[in-house]
Design a protein around this ligand. Sequence first.
Ligand code: UDP
Length: 474
Amino acid sequence: MKRVILFPFMAQGHLIPFMQLAHLISHRKGYTVTIVNTPSNIDTLRSLLPSTSTTIHLSSLPFNPSDHNLPPNSESTHTLPSPLHILTLLRSSESLRPHFIRLLSDLSSSDGRPPLCIIADVFVAWTVEVARDLGIHHAVFTTCGGCGTAAYFSLWLHSPHLKTPDSSFGVPGFPDGFRLDRSQISGVLKASRGADDERSYSFRRYIRLSMESDAMLCNTVEEVEALGVKALRVVSGLPVWAVGPLLRGPKPVSSLNHDSRACMEWMDSRARGSVVYVSFGSQNRVTASQMRELALGLEMSGRDFVWVVRAPVGFDPEEEFRAEEWLPEGFEERMKNRGVVVRGWAPQVEILSHASVGAFLSHCGWNSVLESLSNGVPVIGWPMGADQYYNAKVMVEELGVCVELKRGLEGEIDGGDVARVVGVVMDGGEMKRRAVEVGVKMRAAMGGGEGGERRGSSLEAFDDFFDKVEAFYN
Ligand code: UDP
C-alpha cells in the first residue's frame, strides 16, 4: 500500500484545500492518505470527510493548548480569535514534532515501507527536517495563490521596502514593472524592519525551511496566474506545480442549518446577478467606524445584499450579537426587504454559486478569490493584510475582475465610495464577462482526462508531480 501524509496548518482556510487535495489524491491515484493534525482540527476535518471515504484517514497528534498559553480549543480555528494566535500556533506546532516522527515510524512498520511523500503546509515547514532525516520525499503545499506566495516570500526574505525611500518599490523575483506600495505591507512585516524579532522569526524560518523542500504545490491555475507562478518558481527556487483550484463544492441546501437555508431561500427570490455578498473570511473583523461606513455605503448603493457581520474590533467575538450598537440606528429595519445580515458565519460556497449574486465585497483571502472567480463573480476588493493585497492586485491588474475600495492611512473607508464601487462592479458588464471567462479556465484546469480527452493544466501538473514522486520512491 502506498501512503501519502498531509499536514495542514491549523486554520480553516488551510484545512479545506488540504482536504480537497486528499480527495484528489485518493480518487485519482488510489493512494491511502493520512491527514495529521491537532485533536480539535481533526474534528473539523472529520466534518469535511464524507462518511463513505475509506482511503482518507485522520490522525490526531497530542496537543494541549494551555501548554502554549492558548485558550482551550483555540487551536480549532473555525474563526481564529486574533493574528497573535497565528503566531503562537506557528511556534507551538513544533511541539508536534516527536509525535509526528513516532506516527511516521508506526505507519512505516504497519505498511511495510515508508510513506510515498509528506505534503505539508508552508506554515509547518519544520516537517522538511523530519522528512530529510527519514529519507522521505517532501513537498510544501501553499494554500495561497502564486503571486501572493511569491510576494510574501520575497518581502520577508529581501525587505525591498526598506531599501528605498520611495512609496512604491519593485519586488525581487518579479518582472521590473511589478511594483508594490508601502500600504500593501502587512503590520508584522512592517514592524520587523528586516531583523528577526520574536514575531517575525517564525515567518522567516518557515519560508527558509519551505525552500529546502523538494517541491511546491500551489492552489492556483497556471494560465490564470501565469506571472505569479513564474515569480514563485524564481523566488522559491523550487519546482512548482499549480494544481488548483482545490475547492469544496456547494452542499445541498437541505443540509444547511435553519438560518443558512433562510438566507438561500431569500436569495432564490432575487433577480439574477442582483445581490452583493459581503464577507471578510474566517478571521478578519472590521472596526466599528468601518462597519458604520460599510452599512451606509450598502444602503446608499440601493442594491440587495447578504452581509456576514461579526463583532467589530474591540468587542468580544463570542458575545451576543448587538446590532443596535454595531450597526447604524434602524439599519436592519430599513433594510429588511433589501438585505440579509448573517450573524457570524455564512455558507459562502453555496452563496457564491447562487445565480442571484452579482459581486463579492471581499477581503481577498485566496480561498474567497477562488470561490468567487470559479463561479464567475467579480470582486469589490478590501484587502486587510497578509497576501490579500497581492491577490487584489492580480485581480485588478492582471485579470480585470476587481475594483478596490479606497482606504485612508488608518484603513478608513467612506460610505460614498462603497456605494460608488458597488455600482461600478455590479454594472460592469465587461468585468463580469472577464470573471466568467476566468471561471471557465479554472474549471477547465481541473477537468478532462476521461475517455482520451485532454487533461486540464492542473490535473496534468498533479499527475506529473506524482510521476516524479514515484520515480524518487522506486
Ligand atoms: N468562510 C465561510 N463562511 C464565512 C466566512 C468564511 O464559509 O462566513 C470560508 C470561505 O468560504 C473560505 C474560508 O472560510 O473557504 C476563508 O478563507 P480565505 O482564504 O478566503 O480567508 P481567510 O479566512 O484565510 O482570511
